[in-house]
Design a protein around this ligand. Sequence first.
Ligand code: NAI
Ligand code: MG
Length: 357
Amino acid sequence: MSRSVLLLPGDGIGPEIVAEAEKVLHKVNEKFSLGLSFESALVGGAAIDAEDTPLPADTLDKARKADAILLGAVGGPKWDSLPMAKRPEKGLLGLRSNLELFANLRPAILYPQLASASSLKPEVVSGLDILIVRELTGGIYFGQPRGVRQLESGERQGYNTYQYTESEIRRIGRVAFEAAQQRGKKLCSVDKANVLEVTVLWREIMEELKSEYPDVELSHMYVDNAAMQLVKAPKQFDVIVTGNMFGDILSDEAAMLTGSIGMLPSASLNSEKQGMYEPCHGSAPDIAGQGVANPLATIISAAMMLRYSLNEDDAAAAIEAAVSKVLDQGLRTADIMSEGGKKVSTREMGEAVLSAL
Ligand code: NAI
Ligand code: MG
């Protein structure tokens, strides 16, 4: 069975880092006989320049047909003056909504070789390996009605609606339980069930799902406590599942426990397990074109793609092991450089991962 991967390099450092991840994917494709085929398309500013739209119909069409998508990053100062609806970011949002990528997976892993990059004490973060599963297409970010209205008193009032249907909660819950099954078998559902009715329902549904995953230990935590626990004792967590807004905040918090933006991957999945994989960072216009960007977040995103969308755990593990090996060798791009490290370029880092494979 042939499966297709769509590459969307995007803008800024996007093309540089995706090029390295592409080489790594070609290598494992051959080594593990995965039968993957590859295609590329334009998105973001690159698409605006070529076709006057951040998400050309051809790109969306290819994205719908692909088994998985690997994206670099979009945006940059060149397009900042465009109106909201025409900006590069619209390309990304358009892909997320059109493909219904409701499950955002953001692992926060501290590589022991980079322990000094974290702002927390080594004993608090060493060995950290947690996964935040954030609902991405519902909740208060999308609830209707919303807006700013004029009250009879003459005062203006801003309002949003926080809502989740049972099916929306159930499908994100399933993704989280399944992820926990593949990892440390612990799932913590984060809500505000003492104040918000939406999350009372959220908690009920998670409890209902529990019987389908008897090997996973489910716990619940209020979001304010979760924010505190994440910096106090982050290693108590394995998988965290939460709604869109809480997940937005907690995933950034968790990501920063590791201290290095150039190392953090992400996945956004739909119910068919089709997914879009991308580094957490942006297009880094300040270093674009210099060949110094860290390609590892994108390479690790490619490993996530193999694991979650393509069911190729061995190939994924091989990439992760190769990344760990190059870090062991002391190879460092500028963003993760520390004393004693050997400074390498984007391409040299990619080549080192290839040799380690
Ligand atoms: P950014 O993540 O692009 O850069 C923040 C800082 O981290 C910069 O100093 C940059 O040089 C550095 N950095 C980022 N990735 C790196 C890498 N792989 N290796 C080494 N250093 C790296 O965030 P910023 O500056 O806020 O945004 C720049 C542009 O990217 C904007 O146009 C923004 O809209 C866009 N953006 C796009 C995202 C996406 O495509 N998913 C996400 C975030 C921002
Ligand atoms: Mg955010």
